[in-house]
Design a protein around this ligand. Structure first.
Ligand SMILES: C[S@@+](CC[C@H](N)C(=O)[O-])C[C@H]1O[C@@H](n2cnc3c(N)ncnc32)[C@H](O)[C@@H]1O
Length: 259
């Protein structure tokens, strides 16, 4: 079957479900059952056995990570743009990610990098890394991404025990999403041109991270947060939505430059 194993969204009005097309099987909705074998093209419309129409399509990245099953809290799509700019990420980047977690950022980075880029992802939890790998494989096994994604090199270690010089590649950006990123400096000293980006929910963590970056001679230290306010725009209403996500995390960035 052409679309077997492809991740899709089934959408009815504003309700979206994530699923994986599986030959000869069915997807159960509150409006009846959809037979996967009825999906002949993507995107398309399929009907349930109660004659209700669902849109079916390959999810965008942010739909996928917001709908997927996850373990630890993910970095939200709105913050990923900020992290990419702060980290000077491009398709050739060699990145060390600290805190694989649910793999949301890992997935996004692996989609962006070309085969000349490299991605290392460290986590003390093997369980989280295995789940993240499964999530990434699920999204990328979809027909749209075949052969286009760089492999992730998983490092299973506590940050406080990690020795940076064991990575042979010339890393140019380190991105952290762990509660105590300063543990990196217990065993390591940066002495080459490198950009540091930390994602941190609490300002007390930000303060400690800025201090440790200063102590380690980082420069261009910057702290930002990204607020996104969605608007309603239709024939009758033109105004911001009442609700918004007020706070996710701060992004702290800095650069070590050889002096
Ligand atoms: C919030 S999650 C990362 C989420 C990830 N950025 C995403 O977008 O899905 C934090 C992860 O860091 C790991 N972690 C926390 N402290 C750590 C430490 N000291 N050393 C290594 N890993 C750590 C946890 O096991 C967890 O999986």
């Amino acid at each position: 079957m052409k679309f077997d194993n492809t991740v899709v969204v089934f959408k009815y009005n504003q309700t979206k479900h994530l699923s994986v097309i599986t030959k000869d099987q069915e997807f159960v909705t509150q409006n009846g059952v959809i037979n996967f074998n009825d999906i002949k093209s993507l995107p398309s419309i399929v009907k349930t056995n109660k004659n209700i129409e669902y849109q079916v399509y390959v999810p965008s990245f942010d739909e996928f990570i917001l709908l997927m099953k996850r373990g630890p809290q993910i970095i939200y799509p709105k913050d990923m743009g900020t992290i990419l700019i702060a980290g000077n990420i491009n398709k050739y980047s060699k990145i060390l990610e600290i805190g694989t977690g649910s793999g949301a950022l890992t997935l996004f980075l692996s989609l962006l990098l070309s085969s000349h880029g490299e991605l290392f992802s460290l986590d003390e939890s093997r369980k989280n890394q295995l789940r993240a790998k499964k999530t990434i494989d699920r999204f990328t096994s979809s027909i749209s991404f075949e052969d286009k994604v760089v492999d992730v090199n998983y490092i299973n270690s506590k940050l406080s025990e990690f020795k940076f010089n064991e990575i042979e590649s010339e890393i140019d950006t380190i991105i952290t999403d762990v509660p105590e990123p300063w543990e990196f400096f217990q065993l390591n000293k940066i002495n080459k041109n490198i950009i540091w980006v930390s994602y941190l929910p609490s300002i007390s963590q930000v303060e400690k991270t800025v201090n440790v970056l200063n102590e380690n001679n980082f420069t261009n230290i910057k702290v930002t947060e990204t607020l996104n306010r969605e608007w309603i725009v239709n024939k009758k209403i033109l105004r911001p939505k009442n609700e918004m996500v007020g706070h996710t995390g701060f992004v702290v960035s800095g650069r070590y430059l050889i002096s």
